[in-house]
Design a protein around this ligand. Structure first.
Ligand SMILES: [Zn+2]
Length: 364
């Protein structure tokens, strides 16, 4: 498993660079072909191609299970030179090891185990490895939803949480919005009374929305990027803030969006333009509880204990759960340091998690 992970990590696959990412997709396709699966590369114009892998059981299947993940990483080409793949004290380090090439390798070996041990999988298993999760899944969302609608259950190979590898049974809904303020430019010295300062207006709005944060309820709204103005002595005629929105519940999401779109300007003459809102619905626990209970009891028979956690970040599992399809997330690697220089997976946990997935697929 470590050798396969080394090869997979050595082919860099940054979400924003199509050529190298396509190369990684080809390599992945070969890995699955070698294990007897049917592979189809889904061409993608701007981003890397997606990979759809199908494994059909001997008897014609009546239904389908869906294993989902992404092979793109946040690391631009060349990162490997500064952050080479290495194994040290039972941990495998490198860009994308934890998020989430380790999970893909586990899924590959789960399939190998199913074949070699003749585990009785009665359903078709579709694996979808996408290329743009780290940049919002714009080109893959439709594919993911289409596949999920045909499936009885979805297993998401995103990293697990914490040193004991907790599964993610709920995730926040995530969104992005903009407050754009239109003011009026004027000479700050000669005619200040004729100007409408867009930056002052934006500052007032930011102060207002900050009060909407309700951390106990899990609702957060943060201005993460602000821009505005042109130069000193000119009253700013435009300012803009990009906001990060999060909530556990669909109802809280809608309430937050409503409040945002109802904002009114404080300064006379200033105009507000509000764009965006939530784009990833929450993964609510009711869609993962039953699958988690099964995973937990399988883990026990495999000799390890499994617990669950809620995650503030979204994943593609949010899309599938929102369709009402049972979704179990965090089925990937155990490790730490996603998107960081010390990113790594715990080698000893890889076969355990692969066995867990194989048994979940076999028993579903
Ligand atoms: Zn990920």
């Amino acid at each position: 498993m470590i050798d396969t992970l080394r090869e997979l990590v050595s082919i860099e696959s940054p979400s924003l660079e199509k050529k190298p990412t396509d190369r990684c997709c080809e390599f992945l396709a070969d890995l699955w072909l070698e294990r007897g699966a049917t592979v189809g590369i889904v061409k993608n114009e701007k981003r890397g191609n997606h990979l759809r892998v199908v494994w059909n059981p001997p008897a014609p299947p009546k239904s389908q299970l869906f294993v989902l993940g992404h092979y793109d990483t946040v690391y631009p080409t060349g990162t490997l030179a500064k952050m080479p793949f290495r194994v040290d004290s039972g941990k495998a380090y490198g860009p994308g090891t934890f998020d989430m090439k380790g999970g893909i390798v586990q899924a590959l070996f789960a399939l190998a185990a199913i074949r070699e041990l003749h585990l009785a999988v009665e359903k078709r298993v579709v694996f979808l490895w996408t290329s743009d999760e780290e940049i919002g899944s714009t080109t893959s969302r439709g594919l993911i939803e289409e596949e999920a609608r045909r499936s009885e259950a979805v297993f998401v190979l995103e990293p697990s949480l914490g040193p004991r590898g907790m599964l993610k049974t709920s995730r926040k809904g995530v969104g992005e919005a903009q407050i754009i303020v239109h003011g009026r430019a004027s000479h700050a010295g000669l005619a200040p009374e004729k100007g409408v300062n867009a930056i002052h207006e934006l500052a007032a709005q930011i102060e207002r929305i900050e009060k909407w944060n309700d951390l106990r309820r899990g609702v957060s709204i943060n201005a993460d990027v602000v821009t505005g103005g042109s130069r000193t002595s000119v009253i700013a005629d435009r300012a803009e803030a990009t906001l990060d929105l999060r909530a556990w519940k669909e109802s809280d999401m809608r309430a937050l969006e409503k409040r945002l779109h109802a904002l009114k300007a404080v300064h006379r003459g200033a105009k507000l333009e509000i764009r965006g809102g939530f784009d990833r619905p929450p993964l609510e626990r009711k869609h993962s509880a039953a699958l988690f209970a099964r995973a937990k009891s399988i883990a026990q028979t495999l000799g390890f204990s499994l617990s669950e956690a809620a995650a503030g970040g979204g994943s593609d599992g949010n899309f599938t759960a929102a369709l009402g399809v049972p979704t179990l997330d965090g089925m990937g690697a155990v490790g730490d340091g996603a998107h960081a220089t010390y990113e790594h997976v715990v080698a000893a946990a890889m076969p355990q998690r692969a066995a867990l997935l194989a048994q979940l697929l076999a028993g579903s």
